[in-house]
Design a protein around this ligand. Structure first.
Ligand SMILES: [Mg+2]
Length: 150
């Protein structure tokens, strides 16, 4: 199971407090990490647009060490050496799966940008941009993590 993880509107509410310079609070990350520790089979790939602005090792800094060890990478940038132009975050996720021979893996995306997904909305847990990762989205994500491996 792979979790494609967005930052803004997920790990903290979208808004003035979010600065791609690393000063953001990541206030809901501890909550997500508690859930992830219950499901050690889940690996993480960062899909946030922060990956376009920050060095990879900087992206990993907010995570606890045990969770950081479970991060596989970040999705490729749209149109960046990909087989065909991917306009959406969904396409970047599919590209990552293809590039890593992982198209048959179970996956879920935690994101606040529903419009970035078309064909794979059933893989999406949507946070409210100004709410972030709350009780409701935690329950929805847990349901994905609890799905039996086929
Ligand atoms: Mg977002």
């Amino acid at each position: 199971m792979i979790l494609f993880l967005d930052f803004d509107g997920v790990l903290h509410p979208e808004g003035d407090a979010s600065h791609p310079d690393g000063s953001t609070d990541f206030c809901f990350l501890p909550r997500l990490e508690v859930l992830l520790r219950e499901f050690p089979h889940v690996r993480i790939v960062i899909s946030s647009s922060w990956r376009e602005k920050l060095a990879y090792k900087t992206l990993l800094k907010p995570f606890s060490e045990d969770i950081r060890a479970r991060i596989l990478g970040a999705t490729p940038h749209s149109g960046f050496g990909l087989p065909h132009p991917f306009a959406h975050r969904e396409g970047e996720i599919i590209a990552w799966l293809q590039l890593h021979d992982a198209v048959s893996e179970q996956w879920v995306a935690l994101d606040d940008a529903e419009w970035q997904f078309d064909d794979y909305k059933d893989h999406l847990v949507v946070c409210g941009s100004f709410v972030g990762f709350d009780d409701e989205t935690e329950a929805a994500l847990r349901a994905h993590f609890e799905r039996p491996v086929p």
